[in-house]
Design a protein around this ligand. Structure first.
Ligand code: ADP
Length: 402
């Protein structure tokens, strides 16, 4: 938005989720829960592209500009939003930040001290945190007057009991920050709130949420509070994902370093970019591609993915002392009837039984009538969690900066 100075426009909320080469964003009006627009700038630094759509999903025109850096991409995004919504300024900006550290259980208004503190956490999440912080700095530059709010993926999990927060390592490593932080907290926060609204009795019980997207994890909730997560110190642990292996014997790392001469960078690439569904199938990290493929390796990758989810549901149920509901969410959880069916197959011992027709129809409730455990499909909405927190912390989004 050119001319980003105080003016008479209505103060909207811009949400930003800055990845290594992408910038996901949404613009919310001064009130209301539906975004006016959502979009994605991806392949930033390469031959990037920007997509923007309105609340009905129709494509909106994007402003010309190069996507050579996150700051450039943000300018392009703002110019596009300004052209599409000339009456809406940006009153406050909410940011997804992967790591809030061991103590932070709530989201926070950004100031210089917080930014410095969050930068010290970059070694814990080197592939995400620096980009999240670059997004905040770019937004401060674009809107120096607007409150900026940091929303942490780790915050929702700070309620874990100590046994689910630690590893069996010498205590000084725990003090150094080697803990099970858990991630995807914004998604779990949204779903917990949605359950509390739509199924309050269930929300008071033992719920396992499966957030299955490119990243994937489970969260165990007791009365709406996270008590266990499959993700741990980093977003690598737990379930296999699009390009990450999930839980791995640390002996594999030692073997790769000592016997195969792999460098930390090689291992990082292996773990973050070459493993999981992509590595197992040799084909793709995308579930739709795997489901459509006749290759046996694609079927095996899906088999491994769903088998590990079943195992971890068992582990979450053990942490919770049982299970009242299983909730599927994320791009795969919301859209893949095949994955849901495979995850639920053979889980009758936990009271999980699926209704095939409801599952194929992507109904909200996909469990069989009379099954002891409810199985639900709940679309997640991380942007809305960021927008709500930003409104609350920035004073209702009333301040106008653009
Ligand atoms: P991210 O973690 O990047 O936000 P998403 O939550 O958007 O990812 O999930 C992306 C995953 O969802 C991809 O593996 C994609 O193939 C899968 N997905 C999306 N739609 C479908 C569908 N109709 N059937 C199966 N998988 C789907």
């Amino acid at each position: 938005m050119t001319g980003r100075t105080a003016g008479a426009k209505m103060g909207g909320i811009l949400t930003l989720n800055a990845g290594s080469s992408s910038l996901k964003f949404a613009l919310f009006g001064p009130a209301g829960e539906a975004p006016l627009a959502t979009g994605l700038a991806d392949r930033i630094g390469l031959q990037g592209s920007l997509r923007l759509k309105d609340s009905a999903g129709a494509a909106l025109p994007v402003a010309p500009g190069s996507l050579t850096s996150h700051a450039q991409a943000l300018h392009c995004v703002l110019d596009s939003l300004h052209a599409a919504f000339p009456g809406i300024g940006v009153g406050a900006v909410g940011h997804r930040v992967v790591h809030g550290g061991p103590e932070r259980a709530t989201h926070a208004l950004v100031d210089a001290a917080l930014l410095d503190d969050l930068a010290t956490l970059s070694p814990f999440a080197p592939l995400h945190q620096p980009h999240n912080l670059a997004g905040i700095r770019a937004a401060i530059e674009a809107f120096p007057e607007a409150p900026q709010v940091a929303c942490f993926d780790t915050a929702f999990h700070r309620s874990h009991p100590w046994v689910n927060d630690t590893y069996g390592l010498p205590r000084q490593l725990y003090d150094l920050g080697v803990r099970r932080y858990g991630f995807h907290g914004l998604s779990y926060d949204y779903i917990a709130g949605e359950l509390a609204r739509s199924a309050p009795a269930l929300a008071q019980g033992r719920v396992v949420i499966a957030h299955l997207g490119n990243g994937a994890s489970l969260c165990g909730l007791l009365a709406g509070r996270s008590i266990a997560s499959t993700m741990g110190f980093s977003p690598l642990d737990g379930l296999p994902m699009g390009t990450r292996p999930g839980q791995l014997d640390p002996g594999v790392m030692l073997f790769l370093m000592d016997q195969q001469g792999m460098s930390p960078q090689d291992i990082s690439d292996l773990l973050y970019k070459q493993s999981g569904l992509l590595g197992l199938s040799g084909l793709s990290n995308d579930m739709r591609t795997l489901e459509a493929s006749p290759a046996p390796e694609a079927a095996q990758a899906i088999e491994y993915f769903t088998a590990r989810i079943r195992l971890e549901i068992g582990s979450m149920a053990a942490a919770l002392g049982g299970i009242d509901a299983l909730v599927f969410s994320g791009g795969i959880g919301e859209n893949s009837a095949l994955v849901r069916a495979k995850v639920c197959a053979g889980m009758g011992w936990l009271g999980i039984e699926i209704d095939t027709l409801a599952n194929e129809a992507h109904a909200r409730v996909v469990s069989a009538a009379g099954a002891a455990t409810d199985v639900l499909v709940v679309p997640t909405n991380e942007e809305l969690v960021i927008a709500r927190a930003t409104r609350a912390l920035a004073g209702g989004g009333e301040r106008t900066a653009a």
